[in-house]
Design a binder for this molecule. Structure first.
Ligand SMILES: *Cc1c(COP(=O)(O)O)cnc(C)c1O
Length: 419
């Protein structure tokens, strides 16, 4: 399917008069419609709640939009908790799914009454020395082995640093019960960026069976099951997108087959989606600064890997549209690069695109999650602005671009100042 941007060349030319490129821009209308679909797909479950994974896009204005759509947040660090608190999330609207957790982070999570998800058995005793246990606590599961779907290996939990073994889960629940915990949650994240509608249903089946076993053996009340993140998006035009309604229905079937007969029909389903919630509704918009003809043809942008790390880090595919040339033939072979002194700073390698000219605007698609947030300052590059495209077509600055002053803010330069 052709991937088209949610902005036009004319819109970007207008926006760039006020906010120079590069910038990330987010589509509020798309975000809201998608969040409503997710809610509808799981409406069969009374306690359903999506906890948006803050790390994907830690911007308070976007978090506020999701909050208005009924979402909570999933945090994994002190600053993500602080940000969520500032936006107004509290108590059971916050899941704290961290790992290698510092004491201060646990303390703040507890102070905010967040639902704490223990990544390890040893964290329980660590936590006991910090704060009183809450009535509701969660533990993260790692089944080990390979995670397969339709005989295909999707991921390898045995190599993942997260979660506990089944025996450790049992011990953790008994320990927590001893500490007075009354309601329990189970969490697992077994494959990332899946584009098979079968991922959540398969995961649900594994966790539902585990829940039945844990409840029977430890006698605890399982209050919720957190399917975490991992529902992906179609980054490539030829990929098929997930159908969230098929996914919701698949989870419902597993629920009816496993939990309901065990008398556990009150279990709430939680999700912690990041990518699925926002990735398609963000674009990185950049301008072509240079073209270069050596052994290959290069197009150099004013954005670089510091604005979007996924291609450099994972060789991830991000679709590129040259604005105004949406329907032009893709008859030129290019590498599209940023300006880092680092040869992996390439948004696209050997990509067929329309003929590109200096000054053209390009949209790099699907940057709404794990885009801006993975940014960094290598080579002294500055983080870009973030803009919100409102449903009425207006544009709001939701994070200003960094300036050199921000880059120098953590240095005390007074000893070097000339008088
Ligand atoms: C990263 C993460 C998520 C979100 O993952 P997506 O792939 O963006 O859906 C959810 N939960 C936890 C614990 C995570 O670390």
């Amino acid at each position: 399917m052709q991937k088209l941007p949610f902005v036009t060349k004319e819109q970007i030319e207008e926006i760039a008069k006020t906010y120079p490129t590069p910038f990330h821009i987010y589509d509020e209308k798309g975000i809201r419609e998608n969040a409503r679909k997710l809610k509808e797909a799981f409406a069969w479950n009374k306690g359903f709640k999506e906890y948006f994974a803050v790390k994907a896009t830690p911007n308070p204005y976007l978090m506020q939009i999701l909050r208005e759509e009924g979402c909570g947040v999933d945090c994994s660090s002190l600053t993500e908790l602080m940000l969520s608190d500032t936006v107004g999330f509290s108590g059971k609207e916050i899941m704290f799914s961290s790992n290698v957790t510092p004491a201060a982070d646990f303390k703040l999570a507890r102070k905010l009454n967040a639902i704490i998800n223990f990544d390890d058995l040893t964290h329980i005793d660590f936590f006991a020395g910090l704060a009183p246990f809450a009535e509701t606590m969660c533990c993260r599961y790692n089944p080990g082995g390979d995670f397969t779907l339709n005989n295909e290996i999707m991921d390898t939990p045995r190599d993942a640093k997260y979660g506990m073994t089944k025996e450790q889960m049992k011990e953790a629940f008994r320990k927590l019960k001893g500490y007075g915990v009354k309601h329990f949650g189970i969490h697992a994240f077994l494959a990332s960026n899946t584009t098979d509608n079968g991922y959540y249903p398969k995961l649900a089946e594994i966790l539902f069976r585990l829940a039945v076993e844990l409840a029977a053996e430890t006698g605890v009340h399982i209050a919720f099951i957190n399917l975490s993140g991992g529902v992906g998006i179609a980054y490539r035009p030829e990929q098929k997108d997930n159908d969230i309604f098929v996914i919701g229905e698949g989870v419902r079937k597993a629920y009816e087959n496993i939990l309901v007969p065990a008398g556990m029909g009150d279990v709430a389903i939680f999700t912690e989606l990041g990518r699925f919630m926002l990735a398609p509704y963000g674009h990185l918009v950049a301008k072509v600064l240079h073209e270069k003809h050596i052994w290959k043809e290069y197009i150099g942008l004013d954005a670089c890997a510091a604005n979007l790390m996924r291609p450099a880090m994972y060789k991830a595919y991000h679709h590129i549209t040259v604005l105004g040339k949406e329907n032009a033939p893709c008859d030129h072979l290019y590498d599209v690069t940023g300006g880092l002194c680092e040869n992996n700073d390439k948004f696209a390698v050997d990509r067929m695109l329309p003929k590109i000219n200096v000054g053209d605007y390009v949209v790099i698609h699907d940057t709404g999650a794990h885009g801006f947030s993975m940014g960094y300052n290598y080579n002294g590059k500055l983080r870009s602005a973030e803009l919100l495209l409102r449903p009425d077509g207006s544009v709001k600055l939701i994070r200003r671009a960094e300036t050199p002053e921000d880059y120098f803010a953590t240095l005390d330069l007074t000893p070097f100042k000339k008088n």
